[in-house]
Design a protein around this ligand. Structure first.
Ligand SMILES: Cc1ncc(COP(=O)(O)O)c(C=O)c1O
Length: 362
């Protein structure tokens, strides 16, 4: 259903090279019949490390990579290893609700800090006391799509050093930057900075595969491995083997290049159609990257109610923007996934959304 956030279509899937690696692996499944190291399967860790060095500027060793089942598990490991119950963790406001819910589930206290076009508002962050960590999306703020400036990143690093706080960098979607080279990750700025880097393959491979990783400082490798061992022993070695093969043979890089071409065209089609048909109602925010667009209403609306109505009556899936806010005065609008729909489908869906808005708001 358009504009579902996660709905991989045939063109977005990793294709023949992927099925070849999977088929080859399935011929000898006994190669992976024992328990794996809790930190992960070394060839996968090496492949991730090479990728991070080359594309994200991270100077890390394979041992620092901990394999996780999705970003969610990486964040869960941070919650148990780095923090204690009731610790205050600064989060961008707005942000991804599931990750905030997870922190609360683990007994942490998320403290919402507004974001500006330059990144998390450092002055507002400085006003908070006894913050033990901060969770940020510098390369593609979720949901607004802003890119933090290098200056803001430097200030955040300086703040973390002074406060003795951890920076958890959620680098989701960073490989999908259109027309430009990916920006270096914040975690790459300063060696020895108190950063935990979170990366994921769920968007570029497919969500059901649920493979991700984190990069931790050398002195915390053992404790993160221990926590992973206690949670679920290890992530699937077969899945790690498949991904390692896919990356090391260069297939991952060509898949990303192909996806970028497809998604950029789809993004342009959605932007064009929204500009043409919906400008009376709102506008788009955010950088030219990722898999979603953020549509902001010109005049505040009850986006939660509209989302429910549009799904039920018009078969359009829209995530309400205001639901991502904790304390800042919410902007209202829709988070629209465009990556998994053809240009024609997107034009058609925008027209449907126009119709829905006209019928509801006039
Ligand atoms: C803000 C944000 N971070 C990370 C992810 C990736 O999460 P996972 O690896 O658990 O799929 C997503 C996916 O939608 C996201 O929206």
């Amino acid at each position: 259903m358009p504009f579902a956030f996660i709905a991989p279509d045939q063109e977005s899937l990793p294709g023949k090279n992927w099925t070849t690696v999977v088929a080859r692996t399935s011929k000898s499944p006994w190669l992976h019949n024992g328990y794996c190291d809790p930190g992960g399967f070394m060839p996968y860790k090496k492949a991730v490390c090479d990728y991070l060095r080359q594309y994200r500027g991270l100077r890390c060793e394979p041992e620092q990579v901990i394999t996780t089942d999705g970003t969610q598990q990486a964040l869960d490991l941070c919650a148990s290893v780095l923090f204690e119950r009731s610790d205050k963790i600064a989060v961008e406001d707005p942000y991804f609700q599931t990750h905030i819910n997870l922190m609360e589930f683990r007994g942490l206290k998320p403290i919402p800090i507004p974001v500006t076009q330059d990144g998390i508002d450092i002055e507002k962050l400085k006003k908070q006391k006894k913050i033990k960590g901060v969770l940020v999306t510098p390369c593609h703020q979720y949901p607004l799509g802003y890119v933090s400036s290098a200056e803001n990143n430097e200030k955040l690093l300086a703040w973390a050093k002074t406060e003795g706080a951890w920076i958890i960098e959620d680098d989701y979607d960073s490989e999908l930057r259109y027309g430009k080279k990916p920006l270096p990750a914040l975690s790459s700025y300063k060696e020895g900075a108190p950063c935990i880097y979170l990366g994921s393959f769920t968007k570029v491979i497919y969500p059901g595969f649920n493979m991700a990783y984190m990069v931790v400082p050398k002195n915390l490798i053992t404790v993160f491995e221990g926590a992973k061992l206690l949670i679920d022993r290890h992530s699937s070695e077969v899945h790690q083997y498949i991904l390692a093969e896919f990356i090391q043979n260069g297939f991952y890089y060509s898949h990303v290049r192909r996806l970028k071409k497809i998604y950029e065209k789809r993004r342009q089609a959605a932007v064009r159609a929204i500009g043409k048909y919906l400008s009376a109602y709102g506008h788009i925010e955010g950088a030219n990257e990722g898999t979603h667009l953020t549509f902001i209403f010109n005049h505040p609306q009850d986006d939660v109610k509209l989302s429910e109505l549009f799904k039920r009556s018009y078969q359009i899936e829209t995530r309400p923007l205001s639901a991502c806010y904790r304390s800042a005065k919410p902007l209202t609008g829709f988070i629209l996934g465009y990556a998994h729909f053809t240009e024609e489908e997107l034009e058609h869906a925008v027209l449907k959304l126009k119709d829905a808005l006209e019928q509801t708001l006039g």
